[in-house]
Ligand binder design. Structure first.
Ligand code: ADP
Ligand code: MG
Length: 191
């Protein structure tokens, strides 16, 4: 067997998977489903979320329909690199709350032969791309766009409507601040 073929046969390649969409579209639910299946496959899994997201639990990612999976809170993307050395499958929720360093961190983890599953909002409440998601989408091997249900008309909803007055890009909350809306019923107020 020649040397190149040996490398192809024995070295495992990693990859990046993205789950993105509006709020309530089932990103966290889908992330939990994939991580649970990896556990069934007896793979070592680890899930991280940013410090800012303490909505339901400090120790778990929790979906809006109350599914949960244990997770660790990290202050920044680099911490994920340090804390995931013993995991084979790494899940990251609420990726839009990390800075652009998350892109390099995901690349490094995937380059080391691991599976990285990243869930996050692809657009902010003004329907603008939410960094670092666009950059992650560009480098990912697999992309899943999840859609919610528009609370006005029941159509597939790709956008997040903020229903309270607050101009900040980041305002952590659930149904108290946000609704899923389709393109037609999403309203952007200039502020
Ligand atoms: P995300 O992580 O994308 O915000 P979650 O996985 O936490 O979404 O929650 C998805 C769940 O939210 C759905 O299975 C459903 O039970 C609930 N839900 C509440 N409002 C909506 C909506 N407008 N459209 C779809 N699902 C909704
Ligand atoms: Mg979520």
């Amino acid at each position: 067997m020649n040397e190149n073929l040996q490398i192809r046969t024995y070295k495992k390649t990693g990859h990046i998977e993205i789950i993105c969409g509006s709020m309530f579209s089932g990103k966290t639910e889908e992330l939990i489903r994939r991580i649970r299946r990896a556990e069934i496959a007896k793979q070592r899994v680890k899930v991280f979320k940013p410090k800012i997201d303490n909505r339901y639990s400090e120790f778990s990612i929790v979906s809006h329909n109350e599914r949960s999976f244990p997770s660790e809170i990290v202050d920044n993307a680099e911490e994920i690199l340090e804390k995931s050395f013993d995991a084979e499958v790494i899940g990251i929720d609420e990726a839009q709350f990390f800075d652009n360093n998350l892109v390099e961190v995901c690349q490094q983890i995937a380059d080391s032969g691991k599976r990285v599953i990243v869930a996050g909002l692809d657009q902010d409440y003004k329907a603008m791309p939410f960094e670092p998601m666009p950059q992650l989408l560009a480098i990912a091997e697999y992309i899943t766009k999840t859609l919610a249900v528009c609370v006005i008309c029941g159509a597939p909803a790709n956008r997040t409507q903020r229903v309270t007055e607050n101009p900040d890009r980041v305002l952590v909350g659930g149904e108290n601040h946000y609704e899923a809306r389709c393109r037609l019923h999403h309203i952007v107020k200039e502020s």
